[in-house]
Unconditional design. Sequence first.
Length: 178
Amino acid sequence: MSNSAVAKRYAIALFQLSKEHQLLDQMEKELRIVKEVVTSTPGLTALLKSPKLSKEKKKEILTEAFSSVSPYVLNTLMIMIDRHREDNFTGLADQFIELANEERGIAEAKVYSIRPLTADESTAISSSFASKVGKKSLLIDNIVDSNLLGGVKLRIGNRIFDGSLRGKLERLGRQLLG
């Protein structure tokens, strides 16, 4: 079974638990922390995958590292250790966040602009593009890219909306050549 399918199964189970106990926001924050720790500490996954460490020692390390997370999240990580799925922690977090966003009607968007967006600009972009992808709002991650020359470029899932000056010039160039 692929890693994403495995991660999705754990995420679905944890998501159902979070809904039953009204802990969706809390668990999402905790899983974002888990993902951040795992991605910023590359040696952690290697350490947890090491056959030289016993499961008990791995669980001890996890309990120490994530002592502030809820028992549900911690127990899910422990089960993943038991089943040798240590490399799926970030996948679990990603899948859970995706399920939580789907539940709330939110889509994550990367917005490329030549300068940081103001709060009003982010709100305007969110309200105008959310309906185009069938969502209530967008969770915007603003990335400054001076190569755009002007305008903005959005990436929502696998869809790209290019309103940048560079994109317009490239389309115009293709029309002139074609």
